[in-house]
Each structure stands twice: as C-alpha cells, then as structure tokens.
Design a protein around this ligand. Structure first.
Ligand SMILES: Cc1cc2nc3c(=O)[nH]c(=O)nc-3n(C[C@H](O)[C@H](O)[C@H](O)COP(=O)(O)O)c2cc1C
Length: 343
C-alpha cells in the first residue's frame, strides 16, 4: 500500500516508536473501519489454504505474537488478510511491562528492538476479549506465558476453549524467569501438566541460539516436543541485544536482521524432527520470496510482526499474492507443494 509507505509511515516514524505503536493500536481498535477495508485488503485463493495440526487456515501467513497482546483487535488483523493470528503473550495476572521507552527502530536494517516485558491485562480480562471472536471462521491462537507451571496451567485452562490453539512463550529474551522452561526437565514437567487436560494443538515458541550449546538445547527441546505430543514449534523469538536508548538498556532484536537465524533454525529443526513437527517460521519475513524460502526449508506457515510496522497493513496480502505467483511459475497446485516433504 503506497499510501502507507509514502505518507502514513513517514508520519508515524516522526513519533517515538512507543507512541507510534500506541497510535496503531488505537487505529486497529476501530474494528468497523477495518471490516470495511477487508475486501480490498484480503487476498483469497484456494491454492493458499492449508491445515496446521487440524486447524484450517485460509493462507499460510500468520500474525506473530506480540502485536495484539491483549487480543483487543484480532478481528482487525484478520480483516488485513492474515491466515491466522496469534494474540498475546497473555500472563495470568495483569502486568504493566517495562518502563518506556521500550521499543526502538532501526529503519536502515528493517529491524526493531523491543523490551516490552510482558505488559498484559491478565488472562481473566483477556478471556472476555477472546469470547467476542466465538463465531469467527478464521483461526485464532493465543500465546501464553508464566513464571511458574501453575501460571501457565491457569492461563491454558481458561483460554484454550476460546481459541484454536495455544502457543507457549518460553523464549522471550526480556523476562529472566521464563528461560527456566527451556531446560529439558522443567519443559517436560510443564508440558506433561498441560497435556493432562489439553484438547487443542500446542505450539512452542523457540528461542534463537547464540552458540553450539544453545543450539543443542533447542534441538533437544524439539525432540522432547515430538515425544510429548506437542504439535508444533514457532521458530524463532527475538534475539537479545544491548540497546542503550531503551529504558532497560537491552531488548529483543526482530526484523530483517533475524532472517538468517530463523532460516537456519527452521532447516535444522526440520532435519532433526524428520518433518514430523509442524514449524511456523517467524523472523524477518517481509516478502513472498522470504516466505517461500521458509516454506521450502520446512515451515508449514510463516508469521510476521516487524514487517507490519515497515510494510504496512497490506503486508499479508502482498506476501500471499506473491506466493500465488510463485506457485504458478513452479506449476504447483497448492502452497503445501512448496514444502520439502511433498517435493
Ligand atoms: C514489539 C514486539 C513485541 C513482541 N512481543 C512478543 C510477545 O509478547 N510474545 C512472543 O512470543 N513474541 C513477541 N515478539 C516476537 C515476535 O513474535 C517475533 O518472534 C519476532 O518479532 C520475529 O518476527 P519478525 O521479525 O517478523 O518481527 C515481539 C516482537 C516485537 C517486535
């Protein structure tokens, strides 16, 4: 949408990133407006439809967790033509998050650094928001996190009936206590507890890795996911970097600078799990070509967040349109044909 890049983005980028984000949230809460824009913004094509752990998706382009943390405008996001949306991350108790500034832009690198620190209205309030989407036809997932197994379990029990699947955030770089669940023993305990009452697909958001030791740990987690019956993983969360202009001095890097890490992780997880674990690729995906590379590396779907900030509301439509063009060029009948298992 040239209106966005030519006019709205320059205006938004004159505001501090935190304020621009607040303004975008305000605009997206005008749900009626976005439902009117849905026809020009959605791109529908039967060849893009697929199933992700039994969840029917209109297309493989999802909105990543973190854009609508309190699930207050997921319907507007669906109007933009995303094949599914991930609300959250939701915590059991309300939390204010970190002090501002907590988002920084790096326009030359098409990247962001954020240290949101899990601002959340809390699961009980967000359950009321999610109840609004009950009769929808599109897929809604919600990301949950907690500092204890009990917090995860409480969120899961309350929110699972309201959505199509749950994504576990054990990988935010901004919340120290979360990382304990990246340890195999704690991860196993957590998933076994969730499995006791679980009805719907479960996805685990993986951290990026920084060295070989981390890499082996992440791959071990994916093997555990298979053993424990977890349906899929989302690869990857943001990468911790120093950022003096943020109030807390450091945050998670997202956008183009994450793309190579994402692609390598998708390839390695695919190889490690023999294609048996669903992989949602997330990190630096901006174009149909980026999405194609992730799907060919073994991803079932792609998720975007930073590209929405830089490319604007037509990002899902543009990626989907481009994917259809690539299908036609490769004489493929459906997007599932792009993945390595069926090639
Ligand atoms: C402002 C911001 C907030 C985020 N909040 C969350 C979050 O609450 N939970 C989560 O799992 N990931 C969160 N993420 C990470 C994204 O979901 C995604 O993994 C990451 O940004 C890489 O994708 P991208 O390059 O398309 O942005 C956040 C990212 C950004 C930029």
């Amino acid at each position: 949408m040239e209106l966005y890049k030519g006019l709205l983005r320059p205006l938004m980028f004159r505001l501090r990133a935190d304020d621009a984000q607040g303004l975008a949230e305000w605009a997206f809460r005008r749900r009626f407006l976005w439902s009117l824009l849905s026809a020009p913004l959605r791109f529908q094509d039967l060849r893009l439809q697929l199933s992700m752990a039994g969840i029917a998706l209109r297309n493989p382009v999802g909105l990543a967790a973190g854009y609508d943390k309190d699930c207050r405008f997921l319907d507007s996001m669906l109007s933009l033509g995303f094949g599914y949306v991930v609300g959250g991350t939701v915590t059991w108790e309300p939390r204010p998050g970190n002090p501002k500034p907590r988002v920084a832009r790096h326009p030359a690198q098409l990247s962001l650094v954020n240290a949101m620190g899990f601002p959340s209205l809390g699961a009980r309030r967000i359950a009321r928001e999610l109840a609004r989407y009950e009769n929808r036809q599109d897929a809604v997932l919600v990301s949950i996190a907690g500092l204890t197994i009990e917090e995860f379990v409480s969120c899961h029990r309350l929110l699972e009936p309201l959505v199509d699947g749950i994504e576990l955030n054990i990988s935010s770089p901004n919340t120290q206590g979360l990382r304990v669940f990246q340890e195999p023993a704690s991860f196993r305990q957590l998933v076994e507890r969730l499995n006791q009452g679980r009805q719907k697909p479960l996805f685990v958001k993986l951290p990026p890795y920084y060295n070989d030791e981390d890499r082996n740990k992440v791959l071990e987690l994916t093997r555990l996911c298979l053993k424990l019956g977890v349906e899929g993983v989302t690869a990857i969360n943001t990468k911790r970097v120093a950022q003096p202009e943020l109030r807390v001095g450091a945050g998670g890097l997202s956008g183009k600078l994450l793309f190579d890490d994402m692609l390598r992780t998708v390839k390695e997880v695919y190889r490690e799990t023999g294609g048996k674990l669903i992989i949602n690729a997330c990190g630096g995906i901006f174009t149909a070509q980026d999405a194609l590379m992730a799907l060919q590396a073994g991803a079932r779907s792609v998720q975007v967040l930073t590209a929405l900030v830089y490319e604007g509301p037509a990002v899902a439509k543009n990626i989907n349109k481009g994917l259809v063009r690539l299908l036609e060029e490769n004489r493929l009948l459906s997007v599932a044909g792009l993945m390595p298992s069926s090639s």
